[in-house]
Design a protein around this ligand. Structure first.
Ligand SMILES: Nc1nc2c(ncn2[C@@H]2O[C@H](COP(=O)(O)OP(=O)(O)OP(=O)(O)O)[C@@H](O)[C@H]2O)c(=O)[nH]1
Length: 614
């Protein structure tokens, strides 16, 4: 598996970047500082060089001034030869002016010192004969051959110490021809010469050495001399000799430490540090800005997403509100229950308006005493909890009490529903008063005979079975009368079928006149036959009722062609039984039917009793 590409940490990367920049700036600043220092040193060396060269020129000028005086004496040599005291006077005067001259002497052509001034201090040189290896001999040779003054290198004086000899060839006038007559030599003490040359010149700040080919003539070095730096040097032409070199070594006085490089260095380093710090802050600010922008973008997208969700939510809410508003127009009472704990989550307008309450009133009432609104509500709620546990739908027939106290029948359809882990019951209640009425009416119609308005045969059968069971439990008798209109076929045939119907309705009314106790039931058994159930009536009571019915029919005086009374009459079969398991209910009917048969057989318009069913 390939390694994921490494993305450098921005903070570390920026830190390295800033450090590299800081390093580069520091190096650049140091480079500039070094260049400035070098330039400054170079400039100071140039200044030192100019100063040394100026000094060399001044030395040359001063030396020339002194040697000019000596040369003037040389030009008067012939006079001096004739009058030596003049030489002595002039020499002493010159020596008085130039105290750096050790001696002025005449060296004859055989290289013997003949005259010398002053004598004091130069005693060893009086009558001194130059040896053949004297170092000045080559210079003397050059001076003689060139006829020009020559300055020697330094040499060891017989008087002691080092000296320089300024040697001028002398010529004596001999009858118009100049004749070589030795040398006029001015012996300079090297150190005194340099001191006199440098006197009154601003050289105290300089570290100086003057050298010729034989070594150092003069040296004055300050303690703060920088020997590591190359010295400024200048050739010093003393007379015609260019053997002298003046060196000036840099020292603290000549190396003026300019503050500019240091200021530049410190300023540059500070500026670099500040620049890098500012860059670092800018990078941090950029990173923070990027982070802020990222956060902002995230927030924007989150806001957009939430707005979308909100729009969807609003749309859903408006749709939900539409649905809820629609439910307010429903004739059905819609409500949603949460049973644990009991709470009416929602109910539409029909719920409270149909009962005459406001929504708040109904909620409060249901919260305080639900049984006042829905009788038996507590028990019903237990039933609903059980239903909810099973997750089954069900339809209940309940009643709700209106504000005026009227009970309203409700058919309530209940369906469990689970949302977000919570069990709800969605209920739709409908006032089914009319439906119940219609059903009851239908039920009645199925039990009522259409012609007479009495219960029909089907109703009779049901009532017989029910009363049989009830009276069996109560151990009470059940009486029955089977009534049949006499010669009704003849009646129809005589008066018409419609008149027959009227007659049947009249007989029905007569039957009902005397059968009014609770549980008594008068039924049209079929055609012109009627059956009367008399729960709790014994045979005597049945007979009494039968007699009353006979009297009522007779009193109606419905005309009939049958002799002898020429009125419509009825026959009644009476039976009575104590219901028990050994006989079915039909046995009572059979007994009554048998009794009726007996009454017909006996001549009609009478009653007959069947044997009691044991
Ligand atoms: N008008 C009318 N006649 C009916 C109705 N139901 C049955 N009948 C008639 O009732 C008559 C019954 O006659 P039968 O069974 O022979 O008996 P009866 O003529 O009454 O003679 P007995 O019972 O022996 O006295 C028939 O002619 C039927 O048509 C009815 O609803 N309306």
């Amino acid at each position: 598996m390939d390694a994921l590409p490494h993305k450098p940490q921005p903070r570390l990367f920026h830190a390295i970047l800033v450090m590299v920049l800081l390093l580069c700036l520091a190096i650049g600043t140091l480079s500039v500082w070094r260049t400035l220092v070098q330039n400054e040193t170079h400039r100071q060396q140039e200044l030192l060089q100019q100063e040394v060269e100026g000094l060399a020129r001044q030395m040359e000028t001063r030396f020339d001034y002194q040697t000019d005086a000596i040369q003037r004496m040389a030009r008067r040599w012939s006079d001096y030869r004739r009058h030596p005291p003049a030489w002595q006077r002039d020499a002493d005067a010159l020596l008085e002016d130039f105290d750096n001259i050790q001696a002025i002497e005449w060296l004859d052509a055989s290289h013997c010192i003949r005259w010398i001034r002053p004598l004091q201090g130069n005693e060893p040189a009086v009558e001194f004969q130059y040896p053949d290896d004297h170092p000045n001999l080559p210079y003397l040779q050059i001076a003689r051959e060139s006829g020009q003054p020559v300055l020697s290198n330094q040499f060891e004086l017989v008087q002691g110490g080092a000296g320089l000899a300024y040697q001028i060839p002398l010529y004596r006038d001999a009858g118009g021809n100049p004749q070589f007559d030795g040398y006029l030599i001015a012996i300079f003490r090297a150190e005194a010469l340099l001191h006199s040359l440098l006197a009154e010149l601003p050289t105290a700040h300089l570290s100086l050495t003057l050298e010729d080919r034989r070594g150092t003539l003069f040296q004055r070095l300050r303690a703060d001399t920088h020997y590591s730096l190359p010295p400024a040097q200048a050739r010093v032409h003393l007379g015609d000799s260019d053997n002298f070199t003046l060196y000036s070594y840099p020292n603290a006085a000549t190396l003026h430490n300019s503050p500019i490089p240091t200021i530049t260095l410190i300023g540059g380093l500070l500026a670099s540090a500040l620049l890098c710090h500012a860059l670092w802050l800018a990078l941090l600010a950029t990173r923070r800005l990027e982070a802020l922008q990222l956060t902002n973008r995230t927030l924007q997208s989150e806001i957009a997403r939430r707005q979308q969700v909100e729009q969807v939510l609003q749309s859903s809410q408006s749709r939900l509100q539409l649905v809820l508003d629609m439910t307010d127009y429903s004739y059905d009472a819609l409500f949603i229950l949460n049973l644990d704990p009991f709470e009416i989550v929602y109910m539409n307008r029909t719920c409270w308006a149909s009962l005459g309450y406001s929504a708040e009133q109904l909620r409060n009432l249901l919260g305080i005493c639900p049984d006042d609104v829905v009788p038996g509500a507590q028990d019903w709620l237990e039933t609903l909890r059980e239903q909810s546990r099973k997750g089954e739908s069900a339809i209940y027939q309940r009643h709700a009490r209106t504000r005026t106290g009227k009970l309203v029948p409700l058919e309530i359809s209940v369906r469990p529903m689970k949302r977000l882990g919570i069990d709800y019951l969605v209920c739709v209640g409908r006032n089914n008063h009319q439906q119940l009425e219609a059903t009851a009416q239908l039920e009645r119609l199925t039990q009522i005979d259409g012609l007479t308005g009495l219960f029909n045969r089907r109703s009779f059968d049901a009532a017989l079975a029910a009363e049989w069971r009830r009276l069996q439990r109560q151990q009470l008798p059940l009486g029955m009368l089977m009534v049949d209109v006499d010669h009704f076929k003849l009646y129809n045939d005589t008066y018409g079928h419609l008149a027959g119907d009227d007659a049947l309705r009249s007989v029905s009314r007569a039957l009902q006149q005397h059968v009014g106790r609770e549980g008594d039931r008068v039924c049209r058994y079929g055609g012109e036959e009627f059956a009367i159930l008399l729960p709790g009536a014994d045979i005597a009571q049945c007979r009494k009722v039968a007699d009353l019915i006979h009297a009522e029919v007779r009193q109606m005086k419905i005309p009939h062609v049958v002799e002898p009374e020429r009125r419509l009459s009825i026959s009644i079969g009476i039976a009575c039984a104590l219901p028990g398991c050994e006989h079915p209910p039909e046995s009572l009917v059979q007994a009554a039917d048998q009794a009726l048969y007996e009454a017909k057989k006996a001549g009609r318009n009478r009653s007959a009793c069947a044997e009691l069913v044991s």
